[in-house]
Design a protein around this ligand. Structure first.
Ligand SMILES: [Zn+2]
Length: 402
């Protein structure tokens, strides 16, 4: 397929699949890699500080301390505390073999533009789509480093602008108003560092609610260092951001992409990537996909850094359950089900419990209403491929000629 990759590795070439398999043939090799990252100078027990320890043969990712501690009488008691090298990483509490996590991280970082859950399921030979989907979402969580460095700094320039993309509603492939109409569009703000000779450095992207100060200022403050020069268009809302220099170009009738080449290149690649890989996005997933794009962009030259981030050595984002990712079931729905079953709660009890769980009373009062029917829970659906662009009669014709 003649598909040009948005992301290319420049300096740090990734391992080929064959090299990867030689490097990580089994869980033991993966566990040894994690142990090496955690303890570069050899095992250190987090409980007693002893450097004596060994891997459990049955669980290669668990180390047992071999140190001994002396009590007041000088008597030695062995520590024997067990430490897992996957504690604090996204793999914590995993039921999947470590090797599958590593292979998934390898595929996600090397697959030119990313990989869908369906593709990942096939490549890893995982039985369920849900497992592959969850695995992918956990890897995406690891893409945002909570301690990441802000952009710019003293005598540096960061170019900032806004754009919008159409979003998919629940059943439609890609919605969106025509032209500049904001209907069915999601607003996005982006920032890119200036490098010499018109090149671009690192980027940030975030969804924003409005194009006003209340959205723009927090974004700039969160994502740039003090004393950075902020280069924007004539939007007045950028003025007066504390500790930042401001340079603006009122573009007037000229197209903005002539003046803001760097950020508009980021925007156009991001849009192409989202439409190509995810066939458009839904509102609730926009941010996670923007962060995936930022991750790929900022590490487009560093395979090793990308891979290490994903197996969460650098970030320590920790364990997330399915509940953390798809959200908890609605309290009202759960309580309503119990009322309907008539076994556990009556309406009054359900109301009081909803209040106790922090549901605003205006919603909780619905439980008292005998005619109230609880909303259906959100059903998770897999990514449906977009509808064919051809009209029905035409596509029938195409199929008929095959
Ligand atoms: Zn110990």
């Amino acid at each position: 397929m003649a598909h040009q990759s948005v992301f290319r590795w420049r300096y740090d070439r990734p391992l080929s699949l064959e090299q990867f398999q030689l490097r990580f043939p089994d869980d033991y090799a993966c566990a040894a890699y994690l142990a090496k990252k955690r303890w570069p100078d050899g095992f250190v027990c987090p409980h007693c500080g002893s450097t004596k320890g060994w891997k459990l043969r049955s669980k290669p990712w668990v180390w047992e301390c071999g140190g001994e501690q002396a009590d007041e009488d000088g008597e030695l008691t062995p520590c024997r505390k067990q430490t897992s090298v996957i504690a604090g990483t996204i793999m914590h509490k995993t039921h999947l073999p470590l090797r599958q996590w590593f292979l998934a991280a390898h595929l996600v970082t090397t697959h030119s533009n990313g990989i869908s859950a369906l593709q990942l399921q096939a490549k890893l030979g995982i039985g369920s789509y849900k497992t592959a989907w969850l695995l992918l979402h956990k890897l995406r969580r690891a893409m945002v480093n909570p301690d990441r460095e802000k952009l710019g700094g003293y005598e540096e320039t960061v170019e900032i602008d806004e754009t919008s993309i159409p979003f998919r509603t629940k059943d439609e492939p890609v919605g969106g108003g025509q032209g500049r109409s904001p209907i069915g569009k999601l607003n996005i703000i982006g920032a890119v560092e200036w490098r010499d000779e018109g090149r671009s450095g690192r980027i940030r992207l975030e969804p924003i609610r409005t194009n006003g100060r209340e959205s723009l200022h927090p974004f700039v403050l969160r994502n740039t260092n003090p004393h950075t020069t902020i280069f924007t268009d004539g939007n007045q809302a950028y003025q007066g951001i504390p500790d930042r220099n401001h340079a603006s170009k009122v573009v007037g009738k000229l197209p903005a992409h002539l003046w803001f080449k760097r950020i508009h290149r980021v925007f156009s690649l991001m849009k192409r990537w989202m439409m190509g890989v995810y066939h458009g996005v839904r509102r609730r997933h926009l941010n996670i996909y923007l962060q995936e794009f930022v991750f790929r962009w900022n590490r487009r030259r560093q395979y090793r850094a990308a891979f290490d981030s994903l197996v969460a050595i650098g970030n320590e984002v920790g364990h997330a359950s399915l509940r953390d990712i798809v959200g908890r079931p609605p309290v009202l729905k759960t309580l309503m089900d119990q009322v309907r079953d008539g076994i556990e709660l009556d309406r009054r009890q359900a109301y009081l419990e909803a209040i106790a769980k922090g549901v605003p009373s205006v919603f909780a009062e619905r439980l008292l209403d005998p005619d109230y029917v609880a909303p259906e829970p959100r059903v998770y659906r897999r990514n449906v491929p977009p509808r064919p662009i051809l009209a029905k009669s035409r596509s029938a014709f195409v199929y008929a000629t095959h």
